[in-house]
Design a protein around this ligand. Structure first.
Ligand code: HXC
Length: 274
């Protein structure tokens, strides 16, 4: 699908900012990560989009490539982040075809609303496996490549649920706490080798699959009860997340390492009950 540039990028960034850079993005056909990818590609990067569904991933790669003439965007479908070998093959192919990897976005995630007593062991494990093991596998597969880059950068798309805990989200809260912890360890372990490792924690972002799953139809109504709980008085946009991504990957963010950048209009301080 095509979107106006204003949907995924503020008009404050310099053309060609990411010329020569390559981004590797898991969850890349999702509603947030595909916009992060558009922003990076529009500003000069080439990219590799990782997804589980082949058709959706190919289509997302084509749509993302269309934001800049000459952009190279590879879609690698049938890649499950829970499978270390899938990811290693994908990272190696990305580096071979696009000349390396500079930026990683660990964005693949699983979510559904369920009370604890409605969660089977396998349901809990599925989310932990996608979010935590998937993030570990993503780091492991891409590290050998980004360590050759002059600007190795990792962003993990996390959440704010675990700051307070959240009803119906015990599985996701546990998973995202672990993602934040992986981010911190990578910043300590690989900061000395130039890697910046940071989390972006989105709040309630309109028009996303996550919001559909968590907020349903009610969250689509103007001035809904969720909006009333957000200090900034509105839901976030995918552009807010894409802009934060551009900042962290750009030179402007090069002294930010081991940080969780919350992009939520202050919402987590009044965490809603879904
Ligand atoms: C209880 C559920 C359930 C539900 C699934 N399960 N949905 N349990 N309530 N609503 C259980 C199943 O019964 C099964 O357990 C286990 O979870 C695994 O389900 P599968 O469908 O076999 O697994 P899989 O195909 O791997 O799917 C994983 C998934 C699915 C997480 C369940 O939702 C998924 O693929 N999601 C990916 C896309 C996604 O969630 N995007 C949103 C990201 S948003 P049993 O015991 O029956 O075997 C996000 C939030 C960010 O992360 C924050 C925004 C503010």
């Amino acid at each position: 699908m095509s979107y106006p540039e204003s949907h995924y990028l503020s008009p404050v960034w310099r053309d060609g900012l990411f010329n020569g850079k390559v981004a590797f993005i898991t969850g890349g056909n999702g509603t947030i990560c595909s916009m992060q990818a558009r922003a990076l590609v529009r500003l000069g990067a080439n990219a590799c989009i990782i997804g589980r569904n082949v058709e959706k991933t190919d289509k997302a790669a084509k749509d993302i490539a269309a934001v800049r003439p000459g952009a190279k965007v590879i879609g690698i479908g049938a890649c499950d982040v829970r499978n270390a070998e899938h990811l290693k093959n994908a990272a190696d192919r990305c580096a071979k075809e696009l000349g390396g990897i500079d930026f990683v976005i660990a964005g693949a995630a699983g979510n559904f609303i369920a009370p604890m007593e409605g969660l089977s062991t396998n349901a809990f494990k599925s989310v932990m496996d996608i979010d935590v093991l998937g993030t570990f596998n993503t780091i492991k597969a891409t590290l050998p490549h980004i360590l050759k880059s002059k600007t190795p950068r990792i962003i993990y798309v996390s959440a704010t649920f675990h700051y307070t805990g959240l009803v119906m989200q015990s599985h996701v809260s546990a998973a995202k706490a672990s993602v934040d912890s992986l981010m911190a360890s990578v910043s300590l372990e690989y900061g000395p080798r130039g890697v910046n490792s940071n989390v972006i924690a989105p709040g309630a972002i309109e028009g996303t699959e996550g919001m559909d799953r968590l907020g349903g139809e009610a969250a689509k109504q103007p001035n809904n009860s969720l909006v009333k709980e957000i200090p900034s008085g509105r839901m976030g946009t995918v552009r807010n997340i894409a802009d934060a991504t551009v900042y962290l990957f750009s030179e402007a963010g090069d002294y930010v390492n081991g940080h969780a950048l919350v992009v939520d209009g202050g919402g987590w301080r009044r965490q809603p009950a879904f």
